[in-house]
Design a protein around this ligand. Structure first.
Ligand SMILES: *[C@@H]1O[C@H](CO)[C@@H](O)[C@H](O)[C@H]1NC(C)=O
Length: 378
């Protein structure tokens, strides 16, 4: 009984001491785990050696992967794991590889094709445990279908299909004119640009300009880009372009010249006024005659004519103040006393009082404009 009790105590003691020597589950570094079935255990007996392995996508960059349990403690783990790198994948002709996310495990690269190229394959490839998971796509050049055969005219070269950037040239037989672009290019969207031209027959009508006449240029037939210059008849003036060009739509461009009757501006004569003639509108060859206001004298022609250039000719009448002239005698009214009888031959000024006066009469005149008045005694 006692022996068996002792035995029990011993086995308990052994069990306890064995428990005290065991290690608990070791904790590894980042991105690693215990290798094999060890991962299932919770306690590890004294003296056992376990090995760590890097997780998928990671690789050891040195240091021992094994540790040993000694008296309930694990030896230090030296191994470190680092994300695997897939490296560069290579170039894609006519495309770009975007590695901006990185080239390590889990990173993705993106391939894009240059304008005018189509991507065939996968544009996104991920970096896996064993390298890039997939093949690079290819960038295939875009193609354009040939344009629809024109009814008139042709293009060159003729092919079943055209590659991006290829150019074709159109031409028209005589007497047709190409309406549109002569050359088309296979664009990056896979269609020819710009739109295909057409061969059109251009002929403009005989241009008729009212109050005008042919001046120079073509006499017809009026084919594409034919030019004619017009002039207006006398007394008319051009209000738009004198030159017209036969356009692609068989219309004259910019538009037929317009001849409008000439008109002169309202004539304004300073210190003068209308006397006779037209009072407007002042068309070509209209005449107006002016008179100067009192105290002013006309120094050029009183009559003007509206010229073909819309200008009055010869020039607008000019009215100038009559200049004051000094007394041309030694005698003057002031020096005379009484009612002497001086004959005055001429009184010039604002009013023309020429004539024979005696002094009394002279004194009774309106002298308010004295400065402009001159008495010439005789
Ligand atoms: C020429 O082309 C223009 C632009 O496409 C079009 O508007 C015009 O009608 C064409 N003219 C003729 C005579 O076909």
């Amino acid at each position: 009984m006692a022996a068996s009790f002792l035995l029990l105590l011993t086995s308990v003691g052994l069990f306890l001491s064995a428990q005290a020597q065991d290690c608990s589950k070791p904790v590894g570094g980042d991105n690693m785990d215990l290798k094999g079935d060890d991962i299932l255990l919770q306690t590890f007996p004294d003296g056992i050696k376990v090995t760590f392995a890097c997780n998928v996508g990671y690789q050891s960059v040195g240091g021992s992967a094994s540790i040993t349990c000694t008296a309930a403690a694990w030896s230090p783990l030296r191994m470190t794991c680092e994300r695997k790198s897939c490296g560069a994948i290579g170039d894609v002709p006519n495309g770009q590889v975007d590695y901006s996310e990185g080239i390590q495990f889990g990173d993705k690269l993106t391939v894009t094709c240059d304008p005018g190229y189509d991507l065939v394959g996968n544009s996104i490839i991920q970096c896996g445990h064993e390298g890039w998971m997939g093949r690079l796509p290819v960038c295939e050049v875009k193609h354009c279908d040939p344009p629809v055969d024109p009814t008139i005219g042709s293009f060159y070269p003729v092919k079943e299909t055209y590659e991006y950037r290829e150019v074709i040239q159109f031409s028209c037989p005589e007497p047709f004119t190409l309406n549109g672009s002569k050359s088309l290019s296979c664009s990056e969207t896979g269609v020819f640009q710009p739109a295909a031209p057409k061969c059109v027959q251009v002929e403009c009508k005989e241009p008729v300009v009212k109050f005008g006449h042919w001046d120079s240029g073509s006499r017809g037939p009026y084919t594409y880009k034919t030019t004619v210059m017009f002039k207006c008849n006398e007394g008319y003036r051009m209000t738009n372009s004198a030159t017209i060009i036969c356009g692609i739509n068989s219309q004259w461009e910019p538009e037929l010249p317009k001849c409008e009757p000439v008109e002169c501006e309202e004539p304004v004569v300073k210190f003068g006024h209308w006397d006779s003639g037209s009072q407007g509108p002042y068309t070509y060859k209209t005449t107006v005659t002016f008179k100067c206001n009192e105290g002013y004298k006309m120094t050029n022609s009183a009559t003007i004519i509206c010229g073909s250039n819309s200008q009055w000719g010869p020039e607008l009448p000019k009215c100038e103040a009559v200049p004051a002239v000094q007394t041309t005698t030694t005698k003057s009214p002031e020096s005379t006393t009484g009612r002497g009888h001086f004959n005055i031959c001429l009184v010039r000024g604002i009013k023309d009082y020429s004539g024979m006066f005696d002094l009394f009469t002279v004194q009774s005149l309106d002298w308010s404009l004295n400065e402009l008045l001159t008495l010439i005694f005789c």
